[in-house]
Design a protein around this ligand. Structure first.
Ligand code: AR6
Length: 167
């Protein structure tokens, strides 16, 4: 069920892509900026009605011009040394995103490496939490058939390959 791809998440053909947003849900840089740019103004219009999102939670909109049907907006933790519940909040961001997708009957979902850019979460620990959260969810009742981790760099791709035992 789990796949990894190196590339740009806005180009992936899945039912839902996950956005690494901030609490305002009103856009930003990184993958968030790329998703709003590629998807067009419809996504922001819907985001404005959602009144933000707490860290570790997830909310859903349609996907504008993107190939996906939905964008699931989640907010990962800002990394502040590791003693501020960062690992739990990152786990929740993945878990609540896939759970929300499942509720919307999404069959395929793509994740970026949440919190590992501007929010500074160490990549190795973040990748193991991402995998643990997704596997943890897939063990319960689910209609989800495919989960894709989309990694933006070769280095990140290789890290996930290692963590998933694909090398
Ligand atoms: N496709 C896939 N992955 C990408 C793409 C893309 N098009 N662009 C960047 N990444 P970040 P965060 C990778 O900074 O750390 C925004 O301003 C990137 O290399 O996008 O959760 C929000 O509004 C990195 O590995 O998200 C928030 O304020 C990963 O996506 C803040 O950034 C996440 O990096 C959230 O920070």
């Amino acid at each position: 069920i789990i796949e990894i791809i190196k590339g740009d998440i806005t180009k992936i053909e899945v039912d839902a892509i996950v956005n690494a947003a901030n609490k305002t849900l009103l856009g930003g840089g990184g993958v968030d900026g790329a998703i709003h740019k590629a998807g067009g103004p419809e996504i922001l219009k819907e985001c404005k009605k959602l009144k933000g999102c707490e860290t570790g939670e997830a909310k859903i909109t349609t996907a504008g011009r993107l190939k996906a049907k939905y964008v699931i907006h989640t907010v990962g933790p800002i990394y502040r040394g590791g003693n501020n519940e960062e690992s739990k909040l990152l786990y929740n961001a993945y878990y609540n995103s896939i759970k929300l997708g499942d509720k919307y009957n999404v069959k395929s979902i793509a994740f970026p490496a949440i919190s590992t850019g501007i929010y500074g979460y160490p990549k190795e620990e973040a990748s193991s939490i991402a995998i643990k959260a997704v596997k943890g969810y897939l063990e319960v009742n689910t209609n989800i058939e495919k989960v894709i981790f989309v990694l933006f760099s070769e280095k990140d791709f290789m890290l996930y390959e290692k963590q998933l035992g694909l090398t």
